[in-house]
Design a protein around this ligand. Structure first.
Ligand SMILES: [Mg+2]
Length: 291
């Protein structure tokens, strides 16, 4: 018979994409998910933001959400853990940003720019990227306000560019950078140059930290997202949640016993699924303790 005092505690570890998942695609509000976020907080279930956004952008949101959990930014290329967090010792000796310790995965932005500047110098490729622009120009090209543009410019591991050359020359450029370990991921207007990282790798790395840092806890990971760059995170989580995105030209179709399809887009769908998961798990705990 298992002694209940020494039985492992089961907890959720939640990894979520932001745009069109936790945040409404129009007004960037997370408010419709406030109830579920509160359930996570009162149960001590970490909420880990995992996005292609920069750390500077995400730190602001983490502050707003009142979460002191680690952050995965720039599509998994950067893991950041608050200095005062129990797991920050996992990143001892690494670089810092504000009150976060950082871990870069793979190639840095400086290394990416080293390769692409060399190619542009040699072959005169016509493109421009964030590193070529002032904050005012980034603001004008992205539609972000000046403060948001300043945050978007603080990049560690990815470089967004706008290609302004022929398709043939794009193919030459893309294969040249691929040979140096850099891949190109198409977003809306920008092409993002980055190393061989993705959100799933960041999620698995952090899950490892949680499992070794809290050995008394049985963690169940939940991964939520709406787009193609979320597929790895959703499918490799213990429970994967697809948030429908009616604006997507290629909606996600994932199948599996561990996949939940949210009924509603954005934070409304997020709220419903996460609330149901938390409530049904606490009912199970209550039922088990009565047994
Ligand atoms: Mg998204």
């Amino acid at each position: 018979m298992i002694d209940s005092a020494s039985a492992p505690v089961k907890r959720f570890l939640v990894f979520t994409d932001l745009d069109a998942t936790l945040l409404d695609h129009k007004n960037y509000s997370w408010q419709p998910a406030a109830q579920a976020i509160n359930y996570l907080e009162v149960n001590g279930y970490p909420l880990i933001l995992c996005s292609s956004k920069t750390l500077a952008e995400m730190v602001e949101l983490a502050r707003e959400l009142n979460t002191n959990s680690p952050i995965i930014s720039e599509n998994g290329a950067l893991i950041a853990i608050p200095v005062d967090h129990q797991l920050s010792g996992q990143l001892r000796g690494k670089s810092t940003y504000k009150n976060y310790r950082l871990k870069h995965d793979g190639i840095s932005r400086q290394e990416i720019l080293g390769v692409t500047d060399e190619l542009r110098g040699e072959f005169d490729y016509q493109y421009e990227g964030f590193s070529d622009w002032t904050v005012a120009e980034i603001s004008q090209k992205t539609g972000l306000n000046m403060q948001a543009a300043e945050h978007a410019a603080k990049r560690f591991a990815t470089e967004p560019i706008i290609w302004d050359d022929t398709f043939q020359r794009w193919q030459d450029f893309e294969s040249a950078i691929a040979g140096r370990g850099i891949r190109a991921v198409r977003g809306g207007r920008f092409i993002h140059l980055m190393g061989q990282t993705d959100k799933a790798k960041g999620m698995l790395q952090l899950t490892k930290y949680y499992r070794s840092g809290y050995p008394e806890t049985l963690w169940t990971t939940i991964g939520l997202g709406d787009s193609h760059n979320d597929i790895g995170m959703i499918s490799e989580a213990d429970i994967g949640v697809v948030i429908p995105n009616p604006r997507s030209v290629k909606p996600l179709h994932l199948e599996g016993a561990h996949i939940i399809q949210a009924q509603y887009p954005g934070p409304i769908g997020w709220n419903r699924v996460v609330s149901d998961l938390v409530l049904s798990s606490s009912q199970n705990v209550a039922r088990n303790s009565k047994d």
